[in-house]
Design a protein around this ligand. Structure first.
Ligand SMILES: Nc1ncnc2c1ncn2[C@@H]1O[C@H](COP(=O)(O)OP(=O)(O)OP(=O)(O)O)[C@@H](O)[C@H]1O
Length: 290
């Protein structure tokens, strides 16, 4: 399902003395099956933007196109349910939205609400608990008796149980320790690869964007100021600096290595694995030339 934002503007408390313009003329194309990172400082409009992706917010200006549904400023849309079912949002600290008596009931809530049978909803819950690395016995526990990391996984399972075709992640690892962060981010990446799930990651982390995304958009003061291939965006450090952003660590490390070497590497690397390969190739070449 392709998503397009065309000249989208959004103002909170529009036409009141408290009006706050949070999005200004945003144009963005999120192709089906891509892994898109949306990066920006706090207050740049990332959360406002992602709430347009399943019509929790409707644009004050412009058009949001989700699959074959166009949501246009000032026009009513009849039925948003199919879109809400297809676009799963993992909000910041999703465990705050857990509410049911047991983990099983909590995960089944969404699918049941959208008309999935009880048997199918339970089957999905059991599969997801396993996929998310939770022990089977959590199913009958209260979500509030679990650790923070386990609660986070249960909340994520609740979103995945709807079988969305687009997954929107708003800082999904905020507050987790480094190991928990890596496990969850790797899991989302695996889902993206195995199921072809379009993934939209809202993050402050250039590192996460570089590691996982195949498209990057930079938000600044409500505008989408850069979007495209990570190599083009992360390689343009001057342009990033205009928006008070530094390139990911791996790119900065490559620049330092190139300064020592005295010449640039043939290609810019955005993951540690790519850089390690490039360096190994250069070292091999240098050895052979001795
Ligand atoms: N409910 C609201 N009412 C009024 N203004 C709001 C509201 N929510 C957000 N804003 C303002 O809109 C702008 C964009 O906020 P938004 O939450 O989209 O930014 P963000 O990039 O997601 O920030 P963060 O990284 O801190 O979550 C900010 O100036 C913010 O203060």
């Amino acid at each position: 399902m392709d998503i397009k934002l065309q000249q989208v503007g959004y103002a909170y408390a529009k036409d009141t003395p408290f009006e706050k313009r949070a999005l200004v003329d945003v144009n963005l194309h999120i192709p089906s099956g891509s892994y898109h990172a949306i990066i920006g400082h706090t207050g740049s409009g990332k959360s406002t933007l992602l709430q347009h992706l399943n019509a929790l917010l409707k644009p004050s200006e412009g058009t949001v196109i989700i699959g074959d549904l166009a949501i246009q400023a000032g026009k009513k849309v009849k039925n948003l349910k199919p879109v809400r079912q297809k676009i799963g949002i993992v909000f910041q600290f999703p465990e705050h939205q857990l509410f049911d008596e047991t983990v099983l009931k909590d995960i089944m809530f969404g699918p049941l609400n959208f008309g999935v049978s009880k048997e199918e909803a339970e089957k999905r819950a059991r599969v997801l608990v396993e996929q998310l690395g939770l022990p089977e016995d959590v199913l009958h526990k209260s979500p509030f008796d679990l650790s923070g990391g386990q609660m986070r996984r249960v909340a994520i399972a609740g979103v995945l149980a709807m079988e969305p075709s687009v997954l929107v992640l708003d800082e999904p690892t905020a507050g987790l320790d480094p190991r928990g962060r890596l496990e969850i981010m790797d899991l989302f990446h695996k889902l993206h690869v195995d199921k072809g799930l379009t993934t939209i990651l809202v993050t402050h982390s250039m590192e996460d964007a570089a590691r996982y995304a195949d498209r990057v958009a930079i938000m600044h003061e409500g505008q989408c100021v850069l979007s495209g291939d990570p190599i083009d965006i992360f390689g343009n450090e001057e342009r990033l600096a205009e928006f008070r952003l530094a390139a990911p660590r791996v790119v900065r490390f490559q620049r330092e290595f190139e300064a020592l070497l005295g010449y640039p590497l043939p290609k810019l690397c955005v993951t540690e694995e790519q850089l390690a390969e490039e360096i190994a190739r250069v070292v091999q070449g240098e050895r052979e030339s001795i």
